[in-house]
Design a protein around this ligand. Structure first.
Ligand code: SF4
Ligand code: SF4
Length: 164
C-alpha cells in the first residue's frame, strides 16, 4: 500500500520506460547483440581461428575462412550467427583470443520479420558499432549520436546488409 500511495502521489517517479520510444539503458556488463570489432585501419580483427564456433554450445556460428594478406594468415570471408539459436551464454566472447567479438552493444531488441533477418552477418555485425568507439551503455547515454541504429529504432538487417 505504501508503494501504491507513493506512486499515485508521484507518478513521475514510477520507473516505467516508454518503450519503444525510449530505450532502457543497460548495465555495462549486459550481454546484448554480438558485434565484430575492427582494427584502426577498419579491417576486421577476427582471424578465423574457429575458437568461437568450437565452444558455442548452440552451434549457431558459421565461419568460412579465407586466406589473408601480409601478416594476416586468415580472415572470415563469411561470419554468421543464427540469433534464433543463440542462448547468449557469452562463451564466444570469452574464447576469442583477438577481442574480435563482443556482446557489449547493449542491444536487447534482437528481432526480425523472418528467419533470414535473424541470421546476423559479418557486415551487419561490423556496422552495429564502430569497433574503436567505446561501446558501453554509459557511452550511449553520454553520446547518443554514437548509438547504433538498432539501439535507437529497431534491429532489422536490411537486404543490403545481409548480402556479402
Ligand atoms: S553467445 Fe553462446 S550461444 Fe550465442 S553465439 Fe556465442 S557461444 Fe554461441
Ligand atoms: S571471432 Fe575470435 S574466436 Fe571467433 S573465429 Fe574470430 S578470432 Fe577466432
Amino acid at each position: 500500500m505504501g508503494h501504491v500511495i507513493k506512486n499515485v502521489m508521484n507518478p513521475e517517479g514510477i520507473p516505467t520506460v516508454e518503450y519503444p520510444e525510449v530505450k532502457k539503458v543497460m548495465h555495462d556488463r549486459y550481454r546484448g547483440a554480438h558485434r565484430l570489432t575492427t582494427k584502426d585501419d577498419g579491417s576486421i580483427k577476427c582471424v578465423a581461428c574457429m575458437c568461437c564456433p568450437t565452444v558455442c554450445p548452440a552451434n549457431c556460428i558459421t565461419i568460412v575462412a579465407g586466406e589473408g594478406e601480409g601478416d594476416v594468415e586468415k580472415y572470415p570471408v563469411r561470419f554468421e550467427i543464427d540469433m534464433l539459436r543463440c542462448i547468449f551464454c557469452g562463451f564466444c566472447v570469452e574464447a576469442c583470443p583477438k577481442d574480435a567479438i563482443r556482446m557489449d552493444s547493449a542491444i536487447y531488441a534482437v528481432n526480425g520479420y523472418n528467419r533470414q533477418d535473424m541470421v546476423y552477418t559479418k557486415p551487419y555485425m561490423q556496422d552495429l558499432m564502430d569497433g574503436e568507439k567505446s561501446n558501453s551503455a554509459t557511452h550511449y547515454k553520454d553520446n547518443p549520436e554514437d548509438a547504433p541504429v538498432g539501439y535507437r529504432v529497431e534491429i532489422k538487417p536490411t537486404t543490403s546488409s545481409v548480402a556479402e
